[in-house]
Write a protein that binds this ligand. Structure first.
Ligand code: URA
Length: 211
């Protein structure tokens, strides 16, 4: 049996997030009966997808990307023969911002250390960012962001970074929501997903864990 160390460490993160009363989003979560969205997927995944923040469906279920954007993500994964169980999916901000507004800098700063711990636990070879917030956060975090770099320039490229656990690649992608009403964005996302293929190693499929 595989060690459950990673799962235990992720559970500790979950417990801290559940009790994160200092978050400006905590009261909103409690009033609406929402859950924090920690992450979901294989704790040994090679590829980790990082979105922005949970929407309504996600906050109601505690699962990342389970609404309309999630359906697009599933189709994009299927286009490279992957399922959710093969990857790990999470967000920068773990609680839903009211009315799906963009996350504030203070919120990103508060939740970022949890994401950084998740990256350190899962140690993905590839960090695929979904949308510009996630791209900018991750590239800055690994000292690879240059001023004025736009997602329109960087999407679908492979950016090598050095992490505490060794080398990794960041692949910036557009957010799947961009493909919902825009066919050309959908084509771009499909093409960019092909870039991930080189990182897929054959092996047994992971197990789906909600944490
Ligand atoms: N959008 C995100 O960025 N994350 C989710 O989990 C859902 C929608």
């Amino acid at each position: 049996m595989m060690s459950t160390d990673r799962t235990e460490q992720l559970r500790a993160i979950r417990d801290e997030l559940v009790n994160l009363k200092e978050s400006p989003l905590y009261d909103y979560r409690q009033r609406n009966g929402y859950f924090p969205v920690i992450g979901q997927g294989d704790h040994y995944a090679d590829i980790m997808f990082i979105g922005e923040a949970p929407g309504k469906n996600e906050a109601e279920t505690g699962r990342p990307f389970c609404g309309a954007s999630g359906r697009v993500l599933d189709e994009l994964l299927a286009s490279i023969q992957l399922e959710r169980t093969d990857v790990y999916v999470t967000n920068i901000v773990k609680d839903r911002p009211p009315n799906n507004r963009d996350p504030l800098k203070t919120e990103i700063d508060l939740y970022a250390p949890f994401l950084e711990r998740q990256i350190g636990i899962i140690q993905p070879k590839v960090i695929a960012t979904l949308g510009r917030f996630s791209m900018e956060f991750i590239l800055r975090r690994f000292g690879a962001f240059q001023a004025n770099q736009k997602i329109s320039q960087l999407h679908g490229t492979v950016i090598k970074v050095r992490t505490a656990y060794g080398r990794a690649s960041v692949v910036p992608l557009y957010h799947p929501a961009a493909a919902l009403y825009n066919a050309s964005q959908r084509d771009t996302l499909e093409k960019d997903f092909q870039v991930l293929k080189q990182f897929i190693s054959a092996g047994e499929s992971g197990t789906m864990k909600l944490l």
